[in-house]
Structures are given as structure tokens and as C-alpha cells.
Design a binder for this molecule. Structure first.
Ligand SMILES: NC(=O)c1ccc[n+]([C@@H]2O[C@H](COP(=O)([O-])OP(=O)(O)OC[C@H]3O[C@@H](n4cnc5c(N)ncnc54)[C@H](O)[C@@H]3O)[C@@H](O)[C@H]2O)c1
Length: 372
């Protein structure tokens, strides 16, 4: 069962490679019914501590969502220059874990094609596991239509938090990060009448009184890079660091890198509400500053569960696979939206009632629900 915060991970494995060299870790933070899952991150600077923090985040996401699976994460120290070899070696090395109930998916620096390589090398297919029914469709057929599920959930968290604050009219929104998550959130919020006034990618910040989201998406590549030579008329562009913080807005969605909001820049925050679309987007100090200033933050472990949650729904066989494709997708989106909405509302209720971080109390209450 998910454990109190103070405990150590269930286990942590150092990877040195089988049939080739490799440096990395698999951290299994918790096991539930012998199962755990999480993504695989490959960066030149990833550390065991970072992997452990991300595995803990996975535990929290599943606990909050009421999913009976533990949290895990893998990290590979590499620059991706020899991917085929790296992922073949990774697949051979983690083979016993994959077959033993530790499902490893994709995270930063790892693509669906890389996943196919390490699954193949390990002879692992998540459709089949002893003791549970087979998945009647393959992983990609299930998972690929759900690409916008994370952004959808983040949008639901934002709307729930705006409603809880008593806001009636449209909110002015800034989205930091315009990748898979940022684009889906911006679209979701615009469709519900909110006004996107700023969008940032790794090159800088684009702002206007009203940004046309579809037009921006049309000039953005698959990596979330906006082509500045093809921007709509009457927008302002700046390469000033963290300029997304200076745009006058009611809501800031963080959907880019770790620690985007930190002790050095948190004082620039203008929005009363921050929703984390990415993982660990704000540091502990930033969170304290935000709370002290009276702003509200909905953490990623509540808002961005769409990707992890929809994968876990399949691994734990909760998805009604008998539904036709469109209905199955709608079922997963609704399931995620329900969990995100309820967790956001409950978190804000606790925050309104007591000083301090409301997340531990909410986690404790969801842990008890899982034990029932
Ligand atoms: N895709 C998912 O389902 C999912 C699920 C949970 C969490 N996340 C996390 O959410 C974040 C975004 O995910 P994604 O899939 O949209 O990633 P992505 O790679 O598709 O897009 C990332 C975006 O962030 C921008 N960016 C990077 N560094 C930046 C910086 N310093 N300043 C401003 N913008 C910057 C990039 O230009 C790009 O627009 C990541 O941290 C990811 O780990 C993603």
C-alpha cells in the first residue's frame, strides 16, 4: 500500500547493463498487489535522486486517483546519440522487472519508438500478464488516441479551481510550455470561453489581448517550438527570461520544465491561480511564496494525471476494453476528469480551512479510501 511520505522506496535498482554498458536506475517507490509503473527518462544529467522524486510523484498520482498500482520511474544517463543500442541494452537489463509487474513507459527524452525497442528486446508485451485477462488491443492502439488526455485533465483542474474561487466570467490565461500538454490545455480553455493572453516556449513568450490558439498551433512543431516568423499580427514577442510571469493574467498553467517557478522568480507571479501541467514545475520555496502571497497552486500530482492514469487504467485492466474506440476514449477522458475535478475541489477546501500545504491531508484521506 502507498506509504507515509517519510519512508524510503520499496527498492531501487542500479543499472549497469547486460550485454552492453548502461548507467541508470529503476526506483520502485511503492508496490500495490505486486504492481508498479512509471515512465523512463533519458537525459545526460539524470540522477538517482531525481528518479526517486519522480517515482514518489507517481505513487501520489495513483493514490490520489484511487488506482491500485504503485509508483516507479526509470532513469538512463545518456545523450541519446546511440539510441538503438542504449534501448536494446536497457530492455535486456530491465527484462525481469518488466515481466515481474514493473511497467516502464516513456518520459522525457524517450519516444514511443524507443519504447518499442526496449519492449521488443525484453520480449515484453503489456497485453499479457499471468493471472489477469489479456488486453484485446495492442498498447499503441489503446494509448495513442489518448495523447491529449493529460492536457484535458489539466484544463479540468483549472476550470474547477476557477469555479471554486467564485469566478464567473472568462479568465485571462498564460500557458508556459506549448508542447503536447500546453497546446491541449490552451485549446480546452479557449473552447470554454477563457482568453489565452500569453504562451511561452523555450525561445520566449508571445502575448496579446487575445491569442488565437489554433493559429498558434498551426505554426508550432511537434517539439512545441513556435515559428516566430509566422506569428499572427499584433502579438508581442520577447526573449526576456521567464517573461511569461510578467503577463497580466488570472491563471498560469505550467507545462514545460522542472522548477520553472522557483525562489528567484516567484515574486514576479501575477496570476492568482497556478496549475501545474508538468511534473515538479515549482520548487518547495516557490510554493511557500505562492501560498504566502494568497495565490493558489494546484500541483501536478492532481492536475496532470491523464497520461499516467490512462496507462495505469490499462495495466490494472480497469478500462472497459469491450467499448468501441471512440467510446473507450471518452470513457478514459471522463474517468480522468472526474478524479481531477474531485481532487482539485477537495484540495482547495482543505486549503481554505487550514494554513499550510493541503496535499498531505488529501493524500492521507485517499490512502484510507484505497485501504477500504
Ligand atoms: N505529455 C504528457 O502526457 C505528460 C504527462 C505528465 C507530465 N508531463 C510533463 O509535462 C511537461 C510538458 O510535457 P509535454 O509532453 O507537453 O512536453 P513537450 O516536450 O511536448 O513540450 C515542452 C514545451 O515546453 C517548452 N519549454 C521547454 N523549456 C522551456 C523553458 N525553459 N521556458 C519555456 N518553455 C520551455 C518547449 O519549448 C515546449 O513548448 C513535461 O515536464 C512533461 O514531463 C507530460
Amino acid at each position: 500500500m502507498p506509504h507515509p511520505e517519510s519512508q524510503k522506496p520499496a527498492f531501487s535498482v542500479h543499472l549497469h547493463g547486460s550485454g552492453g554498458g548502461l548507467r541508470g536506475w529503476v526506483v520502485v517507490d511503492t508496490l500495490v498487489d505486486g504492481l508498479a509503473m512509471g515512465g523512463t527518462r533519458m537525459t545526460p544529467g539524470v540522477t538517482e535522486e531525481e528518479v526517486a522524486g519522480l517515482a514518489r510523484d507517481m505513487t501520489q498520482k495513483f493514490t490520489l486517483a484511487g488506482l491500485r498500482i504503485g509508483g516507479a520511474k526509470a532513469g538512463i544517463v545518456a545523450d541519446g546519440s546511440d539510441r538503438e543500442d542504449t534501448f536494446r541494452t536497457f530492455g535486456r537489463t530491465v527484462k525481469p522487472l518488466l515481466h515481474g509487474g514493473i511497467h516502464l513507459g516513456i518520459d522525457m527524452g524517450v519516444t514511443p519508438a524507443d519504447r518499442a525497442v526496449f519492449f521488443d528486446e525484453a520480449g515484453y508485451d503489456p497485453r499479457f500478464r499471468p493471472g489477469v485477462p489479456d488486453m484485446p488491443i495492442d498498447w499503441r492502439t489503446y494509448y495513442e488516441p489518448l495523447i491529449d488526455c493529460t492536457g484535458h485533465g489539466v484544463g479540468v483542474a483549472a476550470v474547477a479551481a476557477l469555479e471554486a474561487s467564485g469566478r464567473k466570467g472568462p479568465a485571462r490565461v498564460v500557458v508556459q510550455g506549448f508542447g503536447a500538454v500546453g497546446r491541449a490545455v490552451a485549446t480546452f480553455l479557449e473552447e470554454r470561453g477563457h482568453v489565452v493572453v500569453g504562451v511561452a516556449d523555450v525561445q520566449g513568450t508571445v502575448s496579446a489581448d487575445r491569442l488565437p490558439v489554433a493559429d498558434l498551433i498551426a505554426v508550432t512543431d511537434e517539439f512545441g517550438r513556435i515559428d516566430h516568423s509566422r506569428l499572427p499580427q499584433n502579438v508581442t514577442v520577447t526573449g526576456e527570461p521567464d517573461a511569461w510571469l510578467d503577463v497580466d493574467a488570472d491563471l498560469l498553467v505550467l507545462a514545460a520544465q522542472k522548477h520553472a517557478l522557483n525562489a528567484e522568480n516567484a515574486h514576479r507571479l501575477r496570476a492568482g491561480l497556478v496549475v501545474e501541467g508538468g511534473n515538479i514545475c515549482s520548487t518547495e520555496e516557490a510554493r511557500e511564496k505562492i501560498a504566502a502571497s494568497g495565490s493558489v497552486l494546484v500541483p501536478g500530482v492532481i492536475a496532470n494525471i491523464g497520461g499516467a492514469g490512462s496507462a495505469a487504467l490499462a495495466v490494472t485492466r480497469v478500462v472497459p476494453f469491450g467499448l468501441p474506440a471512440e467510446a473507450r476514449k471518452a470513457w478514459v477522458f471522463d474517468w480522468v476528469a472526474d478524479r481531477v475535478r474531485r481532487n482539485t475541489r477537495d484540495l482547495l477546501e482543505i486549503a481554505a480551512a487550514r494554513a499550510g500545504d493541503p496535499l498531505p491531508e488529501l493524500l492521507e484521506s485517499r490512502r484510507k479510501d484505497l485501504l477500504r
